[in-house]
Design a protein around this ligand. Structure first.
Ligand code: NAD
Length: 501
């Protein structure tokens, strides 16, 4: 493992203190600010506003007031606004990258290549989405006369209607992308949004406010209220005039949100944690096994494993196991860890000291249970920043916490299996079910195995996602699906309209 270290230059301007973005204007927070920390340097990036019930209430009122006329705006005009958002994001991307990179700790490759362009793609995709048909015509039905009505030939259509005011609460790993994945389909289908980004890195999401306004989005449709604690999100979930909560984050918070949202009968979309299993079957040839090594290593090389879909458990047929873990540990050792703003860096820091400590504690607990750390395991240089070395853990039993619980860091566990039944049993042996992978020389066999995996998605010989496929979890990984046109369905409710023919 090589490391890159930042040579810090003295700051000349103080970090900016942001305000909430409500009803198309900056609004001074009533409760002051909190600091946003650069995970690589531990220096302040800026100050985010503390938001409480009053600001959430103001944002919800603004959203409610703006939503009806937005829903009545011709889809073509809604599409044009979202298209302009994508244009502006693409144009301003280079200006936004340093801020997003500093607050997330993402490597330059990830910040420049994915944080902003993917958000732009989402607005572009849902600009098209605004134009997708919202009406499903149903065949006329002959209905007999009854005490209710005279009967006859009855016609009907199922029409997708916006849900209304959508509260979007998001996780820290891809702040602007996660938010765009909610705001874009919600706005495309005629909703208004009140966004509560993750406390660690909300500044890019606040920057979207004026950008959406410049693109022509009427005031009140996109609001952002931030806060350092759980209270801001709780106020949004509890608000009686919010119709839906779209949440991305941990299962434990998702569970609390589902319970609280139930009290006011809000619709929910819950995108929660994962503990992805990659199954490497005995029929995987050299080429496929090499692809599997590369894919599993994405848990280290892609945003330091802070990815819900990461294949953090690799289950390898006994016949390939030794060779596979040797290749993986070599791969881990070859990765450059360190300063995310250095082009050579592949593995940057985790978001916070708390997250690093949580990951380290998970590895320590596994060691105490008898697991062996084949790569990583020690805190790497540089000493400043919240770094965890790419870590590979073996001698792991499926019952051990490290094989079942999500760590959300650059840690892979490897387990051998004897046959498909055992592989399926281990893969399904966690409470999560977000994304699994099968690496096999026989795609038909992998397809059949996919049917046995309780997982929202299954990749066959790839970790590449299909942008139009439905995305979401089984079991404790969530409720509902977004992605492609499924994202449009998530933010609409079906209304049946019935008439006599
Ligand atoms: P988190 O659950 O700690 O926080 C997510 C959001 O919820 C934050 O904005 C937070 O402030 C807010 N929040 C916390 N308590 C709340 C409460 N009681 N009521 C309302 N809001 C509350 O998650 P995180 O640490 O930001 O992100 C990591 C988690 O997100 C991991 O579990 C990861 O798997 C998951 N994730 C899932 C997906 C997916 O699509 N399934 C994508 C990215 C991340």
């Amino acid at each position: 493992m090589t490391t890159t270290t930042r040579t810090t230059t003295p700051r000349t301007t103080p970090p900016r203190a942001y305000q909430h973005w409500i009803d198309g204007a900056w609004r001074q927070p009533e409760d002051g600010h909190y600091e946003i920390t650069n995970p690589a340097t531990e220096e302040p990036v800026g100050h985010a506003p503390e938001g409480a019930g009053a600001e959430i209430d103001a944002a919800v009122r603004a959203a409610r007031a703006a939503q009806e006329s937005w829903a009545a705006t011709p889809p073509r005009e809604r599409a044009a606004v979202l298209d302009r958002v994508a244009d502006l994001l693409t144009e301003r991307g280079p200006d936004l990258v340093p801020l997003i990179q500093a607050e997330t700790g993402a490597t330059l490759r990830v910040a420049r290549g994915m944080q902003v362009p993917t958000a732009a793609e989402r607005f572009r995709r849902y600009a098209r989405g605004a134009l997708e048909p919202d009406t499903v015509p149903l065949a006329p039905q002959p209905v007999q006369a009854s005490a209710l009505a005279p009967g006859g030939l009855i016609g009907a259509a199922a029409v997708r209607r916006p849900i209304g005011v959508v509260g979007c609460i998001t996780s820290y790993n891809f702040p602007v992308v996660n938010l765009a994945g909610k705001a874009a389909p919600a706005l495309a289908t005629g909703n208004a949004v009140v966004c509560k980004p993750a406390p660690q890195d909300p500044l890019g999401c606040l920057e979207l406010g004026p950008l959406l306004q410049e693109a022509g989005l009427p005031d009140g449709l996109y609001n952002v209220v931030t806060g350092s604690g759980a209270g801001t999100g709780e106020a949004l979930v509890a608000h009686p005039d919010v119709d839906m909560i779209s949440f991305t984050g941990s299962t434990s918070v998702g569970r609390r949100i589902a319970a609280a949202a139930g009290r006011t009968m809000k619709r929910t979309l819950l995108e929660l944690g994962g503990k992805g299993a990659a199954l490497v079957l005995e029929d995987a040839d050299d080429r496929i096994r090499a692809a599997a090594v590369h894919s599993v290593a994405s848990t280290w090389a892609f945003h330091s494993g802070q990815i819900c879909t990461a294949p953090t458990r690799v289950l390898v047929h006994r016949s390939h196991y030794d060779e596979f873990v040797t290749a993986l540990s070599r791969y881990a050792a070859s990765l450059t860890v360190g300063d995310p703003s250095d082009e050579r860096t592949v593995v940057g820091p985790l978001i916070s000291a708390a997250q690093r400590d949580r990951v380290e504690a998970g590895v320590r607990a596994a060691r105490a249970e008898g697991a062996e750390v084949l790569a990583g395991g020690a805190r790497p240089a540089p000493r400043t920043g919240f770094y965890v070395a790419p870590t590979l853990v073996v001698n792991v039993g499926p019952e051990m916490a490290i094989a079942r619980e999500e760590l959300f860091g650059p840690v892979v566990v490897a387990l051998p299996f004897e046959d498909d039944d055992e592989a399926v049993r281990i893969a399904n042996g966690t409470r999560y079910g977000l994304y699994d992978y099968v690496f096999s020389g026989d795609a038909g066999r992998a397809w059949r195995l996919a049917a046995r995996l309780r997982s929202g998605s299954v990749g066959i010989n790839t970790v590449q996602r299909h942008p139009e496929s439905p995305f979401g979890g089984c079991k404790d990984s969530g409720v509902g699906r977004d992605g492609g046109s499924f994202g449009l369905h998530a933010y609409t409710e079906l209304q049946s309209v019935v008439w006599p023919s």
